[in-house]
Design a protein around this ligand. Structure first.
Ligand SMILES: [Zn+2]
Length: 281
C-alpha cells in the first residue's frame, strides 16, 4: 500500500469576515480606509478583510487592525449596516439570532462622531469608536463574555486610539448610564476624563428612537429596559448630539458622601444591565 500525502494549499484565512449587503460592505471599507495610512483594506471573494501595504507609514488604527486581522482565527464576524435596527453603534453577542463572535455594527451611528481631534479634541472620534467595536469582537473570539471583551478589548483599544490621535480625553470604566427621557428621547452618559486638565465628566450622547408599536426588546435585549419602542420600520436609533458634561466638584463632606452613594449605585446598575445592553460606543 502506498501512502499518498496530499499537500493542500489552504486559502489565507483572516480573523475578520465582514458581512452585509454590497453597498454597506463598501461603506465600511471606505470608513476604515479613511482611518488608515500605509495601505488599503479590501474584502476578498469570501468577504475576509485583507490589507495591502503601500510602503507608507502605518498609523495606529491600521496597525491595531492588522494585529486583530492577522491571527488566522475564526469567530470574528462583523455584520455591517448603514442603519441597524435596534443597534446603538454596535451590538455584541450573545443576542437573539446572533452567533457568538459577531459584532453588529451601525455605520450611520459611527459616522455621527467627528473624524479628527481638530474637530473634537476631547471626546470619542470615529476611529476610536470603530476600533472599540473591532477590538471587542477580536478580544472575545466567540467566548460571549461581554464584560471582558468590552473592557479589555473595547475600552482599552478606544483609549489607546484616542491617545494616538492626540485627544485629551479618556473613557473611564465602569459606569455607563442609559436613560429613557420620555417620548422617543434617550440619553447615554459615559464616564469620561479630560486628562491634561484633570477634570472628570461625562461623554453625553443623546438621541431618539422611532415611536411605534413594536418593542425593541425583540431585536436588542437591554434597550427595552429604557422603555424605548420600535415600530419595525427598520429605522434605528439616531445620535443627535455628543457633548462633555463636567462633574461638579463636591463642596463639603455631605456632598462627597452623596456622590459616593451615587457612584456605588451606578456600578451596581451597570453590572446588572451590561450583559443585555448592546455595546455602545
Ligand atoms: Zn463595548
Amino acid at each position: 500500500m502506498v501512502a499518498t500525502l496530499a499537500v493542500v494549499s489552504l486559502p489565507a484565512r483572516a480573523a475578520f469576515v465582514i458581512t452585509g449587503n454590497a453597498a454597506d460592505q463598501t461603506t465600511f471599507i471606505n470608513m476604515i480606509n479613511g482611518y488608515s495610512t500605509g495601505g488599503a483594506w479590501s474584502l476578498n471573494m469570501v468577504n475576509q478583510l485583507v490589507w495591502t501595504a503601500n510602503g507608507g507609514a502605518v498609523d495606529f488604527f491600521a496597525s491595531r487592525l492588522n494585529t486583530f486581522n492577522g491571527d488566522n482565527l475564526n469567530n470574528r464576524t462583523v455584520d455591517v449596516k448603514q442603519n441597524y435596527p435596534g443597534v446603538l453603534v454596535g451590538a455584541f453577542g450573545p443576542l437573539a439570532g446572533q452567533p457568538n463572535g459577531t459584532q453588529l455594527l451601525d455605520l450611520g451611528d459611527i459616522q455621527k462622531f467627528s473624524l479628527t481631534t481638530a474637530a473634537q479634541p476631547l471626546l470619542d472620534l470615529q476611529p476610536s469608536v470603530m476600533i472599540h467595536e473591532l477590538g471587542e469582537v477580536y478580544q472575545d473570539g466567540g467566548a460571549a463574555n461581554f464584560n471582558n471583551a468590552h473592557v479589555f478589548g473595547g475600552i482599552t483599544e478606544e483609549n489607546s486610539q484616542l491617545a494616538a490621535l492626540g485627544s485629551r480625553g479618556q473613557r473611564q470604566t465602569p459606569g455607563d448610564q442609559f436613560t429613557a427621557l420620555g417620548g422617543n428621547q434617550w440619553q447615554l452618559k459615559i464616564p469620561w476624563r479630560d486628562v491634561p486638565n484633570n477634570k472628570p465628566g461625562w461623554e453625553v450622547i443623546t438621541g431618539t428612537t422611532t415611536a411605534g408599536m413594536f418593542n425593541i426588546t425583540q431585536i436588542a435585549p437591554g434597550l427595552a429596559e429604557t422603555g424605548a419602542t420600535y415600530d419595525g420600520s427598520r429605522d434605528d436609533i439616531a445620535i443627535d448630539s455628543i457633548y462633555f458634561q463636567p462633574v461638579p466638584e463636591p463642596r463639603n463632606a455631605g456632598m462627597l458622601f452623596g456622590l459616593g452613594l451615587l457612584i456605588f449605585g451606578c456600578g451596581w446598575s451597570v453590572r446588572q444591565r451590561s450583559n443585555r445592553l448592546p455595546a455602545a460606543a
